[in-house]
Design a protein around this ligand. Structure first.
Ligand code: BGC
Ligand code: BGC
Length: 853
């Protein structure tokens, strides 16, 4: 169904469920009769793309004839993409999966140090198993997809290019195309066919943990880069299209991932349809026109509906209207988030137009069996399956998979000298140089003469893992040491080399202490690596509550030493205080493996002439206060440095050292954070747990061990939950987020955790409410006494001071569960309206637990 039904669905939130159903079913009738009318909206907003790759009748015939020979099971197997941690080569032989992936930080033989030959061995074994028809009767080559998002980043020794945010600052599509072509080659050395890149998110709110995966806040660069990356990875119609030195590319994440409310990863985008096209879809215009063969569906929702289940966007807009004839792959169990779906079963996603399920974990097996059963039961039309498989086979024929040699025998396979080769690193280094943006250069401190005594400080100075960010060997980019990057260089390495060559000297001192007074200090500092929702923050203040790096800058400055700040970050952050404490300030983003590229630019030649100019320009507006998270080009904002800003050497501009240092967050009134109102509020979800087992609460009555949860009515239908603990075993009701949430702002606003409770049966044992954080803190507050004193059968509003949780060890920056109610005894209590509420605006409560400041 089309846009109309989705739009009504959204408005329907405010209507009764019954009204929604009536509207939906009458619309269904209208849509069915006016089949052509269904695309009326799409026609107005979305253009038909002039896709450069045309359908080849010979290939279309091959696809048709192969498809007609396939069984339903073989077709479904083409649509299943499991992960290497969850399948064996024997599973591949038995089922004949159309594709498989390795996720971030997932390696052959589970070995981080796996050699290129290990990757090839796995690729070869999987390929041979897929074409072995002895078990599944099919001999269709499988394909392996990987997240080579800044070079072949899961492989030790690979060239790591700057993350996309840095590339955005270069404004150089030709260089971006070379980077993609090199990435394709390094990927092919390991026998892999397919890359999940480029990310074309247009990032509108920098609190988003994936900001650095985007090139810009503005569609202009994203559109041109998308086309360049796709051509670099896949080649183009007139240049080696999917030839022997190319891989398949994926434009992701369709659609609107960079535009969710509050920058919430996997959140809700409420753009109008026109904005969706004008802002968020421009990377698809660029990438699909250039011939990208796949598109990844996004985790996010559009007006409350998950994209994985949106027939309007996946089928009507993308495939029918825009004319995309490749396949749509899902994201990491993203189908399981569609209303009514689970990881194991999701009719809605196939019917919406998803062609390949990315189904890591052991969910692939039930999903496979369920899909077969659902087609047999008529819940999914055979024609939809045929369409999906046609698209998959079309791409496989276009990519030459049926005629190419096996992975171990391809042109670049095993040419390990190409992984991290000097020529590849040269290109990465050029990108590092061009990505640097000079924000401050008072008294023209930069570039530095290499003939001086240079103190190099900060925990980013000699830290290749930090300068590379997330999606680096591991998914989060954490846990890496310099020795995990053979052939790479840190920023300090580069400075030292330049100084030594010119007769100067560079000393590394992370904490900035020294014995011999330096002429100048270079301080390299910034964000620790993160990926996806783990990087979501609630405002842009750098090192809130712990200004370690500012202290270091100030210490050096107080001694009269000129200070150069090199800031490593995945996004613009509010660093006014750090700017004030530095004489020069360079935004270096996440440069990757070639840290010495930074040194090449900030260091002059021995004769003080400029070695390399500094040319980067901001592709993201830079905030002047900690709450300017959503400032973007053209919106008349009061950015500190606007889109396109970037000084050159020789510019005489002086930046004041008196920028405002008062964080906006203490000036704004922090409003309540709702955790549960009628249902758990995103990003939280309700779970029941016993021991290690945690079950998502999916139905109105559910039981796990001694705990039964039932939806009941407080004011409106099913706006509360009755928890009945039968005792004898510890059980909990939990609100859980997939990613740790930063609750510092609401904590600092001096708040309560409030809830409405109605006691049905008093506790027979100890009852606690806890907050749980990522680093396994479990901060408990005992409420047994209060419950025992409560009257029965009466709703009461209760309040617990957030300070009690902090004092019990909760790290408010990383909360995965803000509410866990547990007991091993018997208890029956109803629960509603759970909220974090600043005391200043809190309603009165029947009982409170206070803790001293
Ligand atoms: C990410 C995708 C990625 C996939 C496979 C997901 O969590 O959103 O960008 O391609 O995992 O690793
Ligand atoms: C995988 C990533 C994936 C993420 C999503 C990780 O375990 O390695 O590739 O994107 O999970 O949750």
């Amino acid at each position: 169904m089309g846009y109309l039904s989705e739009a009504n669905n959204n408005k329907g939130v405010k209507m009764s469920q019954k009204t929604v159903k009536i509207i939906k079913s009458s619309l269904a009738v209208v849509m069915l009769v006016t089949t052509t009318g269904a695309y009326a909206e799409a026609d107005k907003v979305w253009p038909r793309l002039k896709i450069e790759v045309k359908q080849d009748p010979a290939i279309e015939n091959q696809v048709k004839s192969l498809l007609s020979s396939m069984t339903l099971a073989q077709k479904i197997a083409q649509m299943i993409q499991p992960e290497i941690r969850d399948i064996t080569v024997e599973d591949m032989r038995k089922y004949g999966f159309g594709s498989y992936l390795n996720g971030g930080g997932s390696f052959p033989t589970a070995n981080k140090k796996a050699a290129a030959s290990d990757w090839i061995d796995l690729a070869e074994a999987m390929y041979q198993a897929s074409v072995d028809s002895s078990l599944d009767g099919s001999s269709i080559p499988t394909m392996w997809g990987t997240d080579a998002v800044h070079g072949h980043n899961n492989v030790i020794g690979a060239t790591l290019f700057p993350h996309n945010i840095g590339l955005g600052a270069m404004s150089n599509p030709a260089l971006v195309e070379s980077i993609a072509a090199i990435t394709a080659k390094e990927v092919m050395v390991t026998g892999i066919d397919w890359v999940f890149a480029p990310t074309v998110a247009v990032v509108r709110d920098d609190r988003w943990g994936r900001t650095y995966e985007g090139y810009s806040e503005d569609p202009e660069i994203v559109k041109s880069y998308a086309s360049a990356v796709v051509k670099g990875l896949q080649g183009s119609v007139d240049d080696d299209f999917l030839g022997n030195s190319r891989v398949i590319s994926t434009v992701k994440h369709f659609l609107g991932d960079g535009g969710t409310e509050k920058g919430d990863d996997q959140g809700n985008n409420v753009a109008t349809e026109q904005e969706l096209f004008d802002i968020h879809a421009q990377g698809y215009v660029g990438g699909l026109t250039a011939g990208a063969q796949s598109v990844m569906a996004s985790f996010n929702s559009w007006h409350g509906n998950k994209i994985h289940g949106s027939k309007y966007l996946l089928t009507d807009v993308l495939k029918q209207r825009m004319g995309f004839d490749g396949f749509v792959v899902g994201d990491w169990n993203g189908h399981g988030q569609v209303a009514g779906c689970s990881n194991q079963s999701c009719v809605a996603a196939v019917n919406a137009g998803l062609d390949i399920f990315m189904v890591p974990t052991d969910a692939w097996k039930p999903l496979y069996h369920n899909l077969i059963a659902q087609v047999n039961a008529g819940q999914i039309a055979q024609s939809r399956i045929d369409d999906a498989v046609t698209r998959i086979l079309r791409v496989k024929f276009r990519a030459g998979l049926f005629t190419k040699l096996s992975p171990a025998k391809r042109v670049f396979s095993g040419k390990t000298e190409l992984i991290g080769s000097p020529a590849h690193r040269d290109v990465a280094r050029q990108a590092v140089r061009e990505s640097l943006v000079l924000l401050k250069n008072n008294h023209q401190l930069l570039p530095l003469s290499p003939k001086q005594n240079i103190l190099v400080a900060g925990d980013g100075a000699d830290n290749i893992g930090k300068q590379s960010g997330g999606w680096t060997i591991s998914w989060q980019g954490s846990g890496n040491k310099n020795s995990d990057f053979p052939g790479a260089s840190s920023i300090f390495d580069g400075i030292k080399q330049a100084a030594l060559q010119a007769g100067g000297n560079a000393i590394l001192s992370v904490d900035g202490s020294f014995t011999q007074r330096p002429d100048v200090a270079v301080v390299v500092f910034g964000e620790e690596p993160y990926a996806e929702g783990h990087g979501d923050i609630d405002n842009l203040e750098y090192q809130r509550g712990n200004k370690r790096d500012l202290a270091l800058l100030k210490r050096l400055k107080a001694q009269g030493i000129p200070v150069v700040a090199i800031f490593i970050s995945g996004r613009p952050l509010w660093v006014n205080a750090e700017l004030n404490a530095s004489d020069a300030f360079v935004a270096a983003w996440l440069p990757g493996s070639e840290g010495n590229g930074v040194a090449q630019v900030i260091m002059a030649n021995a004769d003080k002439t400029i070695a390399y100019p500094i040319t980067g320009k901001l592709s993201f507006s830079w905030p002047n206060s900690s709450d300017q998270h959503a400032i973007n080009r053209g919106d008349n904002n009061q950015a500190l440095f606007g889109y396109g800003y970037g000084l050159s050497y020789g510019d005489k501009q002086q930046l004041t050292n008196q920028l405002n240092e008062v964080a906006a967050i203490t000036m704004v009134k922090m409003t309540a954070v709702k955790l549960f109102e009628r249902a758990a509020q995103m990003p939280w979800q309700s779970y029941v747990s016993v021991g290690q087992q945690k079950n998502l609460v999916e139905s109105s009555q559910q039981q796990l061990g001694p705990l039964t949860i039932k939806a009941i009515d407080k004011v409106v239908q099913e706006d509360a939950r009755l928890l009945t603990f039968a005792g004898a075993q510890l059980a909990s009701y939990r609100l859980i987020s997939n990613f740790p949430e930063d609750l510092r702002a609401i904590y600092e606003a001096d708040s309560w955790l409030m809830a409405s409770l109605k006691l049905k049966q008093a506790p027979t044992g100890r009852v606690t409410v806890a907050m749980v954080c990522q680093e396994s803190c479990n901060a408990k507050v005992d409420i047994t006494k209060q419950l025992n004193n409560m009257p029965q059968g009466q709703w009461q509003r209760v309040a617990i001071d957030l300070r009690c949780f902090k004092q019990a060890g909760a790290d408010m920056a990383k909360i995965v569960s803000p509410f866990v109610l547990s007991t091993a005894g018997e208890l029956s209590v109803a629960l509603a309206d759970i909220v974090l509420q600043p005391k200043a605006h809190a309603p009165s409560s029947d009982w409170q637990i206070q803790c001293a400041p």
